[in-house]
Design a protein around this ligand. Structure first.
Ligand code: NAD
Length: 265
């Protein structure tokens, strides 16, 4: 088994693809020891070939499985001497459909992965984080946690849940000297993004298509700073301010958007 040998370490869920994968590559470039976890074995193998097996751990972990979390964290702790500088709870799935028309199993699957999986990860990772000065607990929320998003209501609700969880953790974990923050990404060019949204993304502005590398760079910036919310792109902060000031205007705009999305999809 490879070991961190004094290097800083990051534990990433959803590391086989998209934003998690880009973050794993960036932190490896920076000389960190990378714990890459996912349900996608072949994606992890490709990542290991790029990063090098001596520079991390590349293991299957289903974030909804609490026993698997304990095993993964215990083995990671052996490799890092009980340290963890950055826990990146990032794994998630997309899901679309109107709430009253969705199969209940689909609803619970997204709640389990996007929300329960994050809570399990935080509970498993806190002992290592509190053992590591300057550590950060980072969670991937979404721009759909700024205003409830019709067409993806359950996804959007899970992302509101993790945003609220992050805010609470940013206070609770202070007693251990651990920071907590979340990412609020807009439209990121990964396999998770629906073709409909990809087609509708404008060339500029807050809803432009963003490369996953930009998200990885924000994770890097977040480690070195003390902020609760990270908007990607930064212009999404203006959308958040508008939601607070005039939610009924946003509701009317979003009603038109749902109609357009239904037409595209
Ligand atoms: P992605 O599909 O490229 O990557 C997600 C990864 O999570 C995949 O490798 C997948 O195998 C893994 N995963 C799924 N279920 C899992 C489970 N039960 N246990 C462990 N791993 C699991 O998508 P992405 O866009 O990189 O998504 C990363 C995060 O970003 C997600 O939480 C997503 O909701 C969020 N997000 C994405 C966008 C976007 O536009 N792509 C926008 C906002 C937020």
């Amino acid at each position: 088994m490879s070991t961190a040998a004094g290097r800083k370490s990051i534990f990433i869920t959803g590391a086989a693809s998209g934003m998690g994968r880009s973050t794993a590559l960036l932190f490896a470039e920076k000389g960190w020891f990378v714990g890459a976890y996912d349900v996608n074995r072949s994606g992890l193998d490709t990542l290991r070939d790029e990063i090098g097996s001596g520079n991390g751990m590349f293991e299957v972990l289903d974030v909804t499985d609490s026993t698997a979390w304990t095993t993964a964290i215990d083995l990671f702790a052996i490799a890092t001497g009980g340290k963890l500088d950055l826990l990146f709870n990032n794994a998630g799935i997309g899901n679309s459909g109107l709430l009253d028309e969705q199969a209940w199993d689909d609803v619970m699957r997204i709640v389990n992965i996007n929300f329960i999986g994050v809570m399990l990860g935080v509970r498993a990772g806190v002992p290592l984080l509190k053992n590591t000065p300057g550590s950060l607990c980072l969670i991937t929320s979404s721009s759909s946690a700024i205003f409830g998003t019709a067409g993806i209501p359950v996804y959007s609700a899970t992302k509101h849940a993790v945003r609220g969880l992050t805010e609470a953790l940013s206070i609770e974990l202070k007693r251990y000297g651990v920071r907590a923050a979340d990412l609020l990404p807009g439209l990121i060019d990964t396999p998770l993004l629906s073709d409909g949204l990809r087609q509708m993304a404008p060339a500029e502005g807050m809803w432009r298509l963003v490369k996953p590398r930009e998200v990885a760079e924000t994770v890097w910036e977040a480690y070195g700073a003390d902020r609760v919310h990270w908007y990607i792109p930064e212009e999404l902060r203006d959308f958040h301010l508008q939601v607070v000031a005039e939610p009924e205007v946003v509701r009317e705009e979003r009603t038109a958007l749902l109609a357009a999305m239904t037409a595209v999809g």
